[in-house]
Write a protein that binds this ligand. Structure first.
Ligand code: ARG
Length: 562
């Protein structure tokens, strides 16, 4: 349940029974969390809101409202503070059995969301620059699905542009690569040569255009090396525990729809011929910053990056009819998406709300893009290896024996959680040793908390302790239960704001509340009375369910022990 909505709706319904208030109630009754929860779990400023329409002091209105709220079956007590804030303390029963009350929450609209993330390139290993689009995109997808939305994830592969021409030209000269690493070396080599050697560049450009036009020889070569690259990409995605993409439809597979878009653009007179190229001007009168035109077809005759994006929008809107298409890339593509979205709008292809989320950069301590010690851009395998190594060292220092599988799970949590907890738009500093700490705002701490709860549950079952809902709650228990109640709202906000950091940071707060509870409220200890054991186990079960759910939404894996 989204407890805020639940309270807001229930209070509104109750107050609407009061004839004096009925017509003055606001659309939504705001519910907040008081800073100090001594007087109430939640508060509302409804009395202040009604002061003007009712021409009474907030305090008088609050006094009038209190008995009505007191009558709600989930309310323990209601009090008035300050000028007229109303504090509400919930009954333990709703904290312990929220599902019993979850009726008033309004039916949710299910949206259809297309998501474009990952979007890797043939001929290029996944590197640090792909981390955020992969991890944040995947988590956003999981959250959306969990909330009941229909999602379709697109890996808009970079598999049809000039890099393909450069690679094929290289293969024609030097022979077929044996594996993905060979291919990955070809693109930079060929592109370096194209910078020096004009003929080489022109050759690669011709190959690109011919490939796009169906040259069989080039297609045969393409079909031999592209799968090697794709195989390497799948491998790292498995290692990162990323959901499979619904469609691996990128630049090559949307080429089919370029003519459809061409037709629309022509009908609307949007194309301008410019020095052999076709462009779409998208500058508006109101623009103060430079706004270059969209390059629709390059002067060599090749399909462009922007054309692929417009064709993809055409395909997605006509096939999926989504409410939103959300793109996750780094912020260096902000201008590209602004241009493409404008062109889509001018072409009337904007039935979906088009949204680009541009990420900040992962930096080293010096604030520059993160590099390895040797000064290289690390691949995602390198990143995982580095983090795993740090976990291994840490475990050794603590005298722990961890299996390789466990180390890998901890490394995964360390890397992904650290990525998720930062606001996507800002840069963040990546420091291997701080992300693997077992204490603090880290993935290992989250896993550690889950391992702890798993082991309590296992032990309880071995001791034959059943979970039974009690009624008497300690402060730490109530705090934990209130945190659990906040889960749904956090997810809804994370979804609406495309802000996966809200989930990560909630999970950290939850883990802290769990550990505080664990510390103050012994569960299975011999001196704990049986009924208390049972009721604490009930709370453990509830906390564990939410924690594991949050962990799953972040695509982490929980080891047996650590
Ligand atoms: N392949 C591109 C790159 O690595 C990212 C593609 C992003 N998605 C898109 N629809 N343009 O830079």
């Amino acid at each position: 349940m989204n407890v805020y909505k639940f309270l807001s709706n229930s209070i509104k319904k109750k107050l609407a029974e009061v004839s004096e208030l009925r017509d003055s109630l606001p659309e939504d009754i705001a519910i907040e969390t008081p800073k100090i929860r001594d007087f109430g779990d939640f508060s509302t400023n409804i009395a202040m809101m009604l002061a003007r329409p009712l021409k009474k002091s907030p305090r008088d209105i609050a006094d009038m409202i209190v008995p009505h709220l007191q009558a709600l079956d989930f309310v323990e007590n209601v009090s008035v503070a300050g000028p007229g804030f109303i504090n509400i303390k919930l009954k333990n029963d709703i904290l312990l059995n929220p599902e019993k009350y979850d009726v008033a929450s309004d039916a949710k609209d299910s949206l259809t969301i297309d998501m474009d993330y990952g979007s890797y390139n043939i001929g290029k290993a996944l590197h640090i620059g792909h981390l955020r689009t992969t991890v944040v995109g995947d988590t956003f997808n999981r959250i959306a699905r969990f909330l009941g939305h229909k999602t379709k994830s697109y890996n808009h592969m970079g598999d049809w542009g000039r890099p393909m021409g450069l690679i094929i030209a290289w293969i024609l000269e030097y022979g077929m690569p044996k594996n993905a690493d060979d291919i990955n070396a070809m693109y930079p080599a060929s592109s370096a040569r194209a910078k020096e050697d004009k003929e080489w560049l022109e050759r690669a450009q011709r190959v690109t255009v011919d490939l796009q036009n169906g040259n069989q020889e080039y297609l045969d070569i393409y079909n031999e090396f592209a799968p090697m690259s794709l195989g390497q990409i799948s491998e790292i995605l498995v290692r990162l525990n990323i959901l499979p993409f619904d469609e691996n439809k990128g630049e090559r597979l949307v080429a089919e729809y370029v003519p459809n878009v061409q037709k629309i653009l022509e009908e609307r007179n949007l194309i301008v011929h410019d020095d052999g190229a076709d462009i779409i001007p998208v500058k508006l009168e109101s623009d103060t910053a430079p706004m270059p035109p969209v390059l629709w077809r390059s002067s060599t005759g090749a399909q462009t990056y922007a054309a692929a994006d417009l064709a993809a929008i055409y395909y997605r809107t006509t096939t999926d009819n989504p409410n939103d298409i959300v793109y996750f890339t780094d912020s260096r593509q902000n201008l590209h998406f602004t241009q493409v979205f404008r062109a889509a709008k001018m072409a009337g292809m904007d039935s979906a709300n088009l949204q680009h989320i541009g990420f900040g950069t992962i930096t080293g301590a010096d604030g520059k893009p993160f590099k390895t010690r040797d000064g290289d851009v690390p691949s995602l395998h390198n990143m995982m290896d580095m983090v795993a190594e740090s976990v291994r060292v840490r475990a050794q220092e603590a005298g722990k024996e961890l299996s390789d599988e466990t180390v890998e799970m901890i490394a995964l949590a360390a890397l992904k959680f650290n990525d998720l907890m930062h606001d996507v738009k800002s840069d963040y500093v990546f420091d291997v040793d701080s992300v693997t700490q077992f204490e603090g705002r880290t993935g290992p701490y989250i896993l550690y908390t889950a391992v702890r709860l798993n082991s309590v549950v296992k032990k309880a079952s071995a001791m034959n302790v059943a979970a039974v809902c009690g009624d008497d709650l300690m402060g730490e228990e109530r705090n934990l239960l209130l945190r659990l109640m906040d889960f749904e709202r956090v997810l809804e906000n994370a979804f609406a704001r495309r802000a996966t950091d809200l989930l990560a940071n909630y999970t950290y707060d939850l883990a802290q509340d769990i550990n505080t509870f664990y510390h103050h409220c012994p569960i299975l200890r011999d001196d704990v009375p049986n009924n208390v054991k049972q009721s604490r186990l009930h709370i453990v079960n509830m906390a564990r369910e939410t924690l594991l759910q949050a962990i799953d939404l972040m695509g982490l894996r929980v080891p047996e022990s650590m």
